[in-house]
Design a binder for this molecule. Structure first.
Ligand code: NAD
Length: 245
């Protein structure tokens, strides 16, 4: 059976955010398939110990510590790549709500820089943009009150993280189609697995205190941590304008 992944053997693969949970797993898999993996990550999401658990230290071969908004840098790295996986993001829903400047810088402006560079580089054959199931909002009510999510249903982003992801999808189409670069957009739901470490919980005042009764405080803490963690973000209730942010 033809295995598309054999295409990666000896290919130069740039993974933005390649030190994070998903990017590191993809990098590991791609290396095992013989790809020459280049990771661009600013190492902003975790402390050094957590990155080490995920498989990255500052001495990791192929790692460039830098920002996707650094235009000369992203141009140089895409210029030496056959494929690009764009996984870098400020990847927490709650964080993006609390800090929309950072969300815009990483998830909109930074994504633009990656797309722009991939479109201009003559060598990039395909870019994979990691969006999010957050673009669906709450989904559609199905039988038995179970929410249903299908690829062709209308999108309904309910927070700055989701809005930025949808913006990234649209501009992946616009910029890469115009440039003749193939692309794939994926919308993961909650991703979890080996080596995962919860991100730090946000500071006080984020979650409505009325939701945290003594009986439910353990649940509240995990929910709050989940709101901070992209790996649980699709399961948390998006904040409403009245939430104490
Ligand atoms: N984990 C999930 O459940 C999930 C679900 C849906 C979508 N996603 C998306 O998948 C991608 C990877 O998610 P993850 O869980 O691995 O997140 P993660 O936070 O573990 O990894 C993202 C990496 O991007 C890096 N980064 C952030 N801003 C950067 C910048 N400006 N320049 C360079 N690097 C930067 C961070 O330092 C981090 O190492 C993200 O785009 C995220 O939004 C994740």
């Amino acid at each position: 059976m033809f295995n598309h992944l054999t295409t990666l053997a000896d290919a130069r693969l740039l993974i933005t955010g390649g030190a994070g949970l998903i990017g590191a797993a993809l990098a590991s898999q791609a290396r095992s398939l013989g790809a020459q993996v280049i990771v661009l990550d600013d190492l902003s999401a975790y402390d050094a110990d957590t990155y080490a658990i995920l498989g990255t230290t500052r001495g990791t071969p192929g790692l460039t510590v830098g920002d996707i908004n650094d235009r000369p840098l992203i141009e140089r790295l895409t210029g030496g790549s056959d494929f690009v996986i764009h996984a870098a993001a400020y990847s927490t829903v709650a964080g993006c709500v609390r800090n929309p400047d950072a969300a815009f810088a990483a998830n909109v402006a930074g994504t633009y820089e990656v797309l722009r560079a991939a479109a201009h580089a003559r060598n990039v054959q395909r870019l994979v943009y990691i969006s999010s199931a957050q673009v669906y909002g709450h989904g559609v009510a199905g039988p038995d009150e179970v929410q249903v999510f299908t690829e062709d249903q209308p999108t309904n982003p309910l927070n700055p993280y989701a809005g930025a992801k949808l913006w990234g999808e649209t501009h992946t189409r616009h910029l890469l189609e115009a440039a003749g670069v193939d692309y794939t957009i994926v919308r993961p739901f909650s991703v979890y697995g080996e080596r995962q470490i919860p991100k730090p919980a946000p500071g006080p005042g984020w979650w409505p205190s009325s939701a945290c009764t003594p009986a439910s405080v353990k649940n509240c803490r995990s929910t709050t941590a989940g709101a901070r963690s992209a790996t649980s973000s699709t399961l948390t209730t998006p904040p409403t304008p009245s939430s104490p942010l």
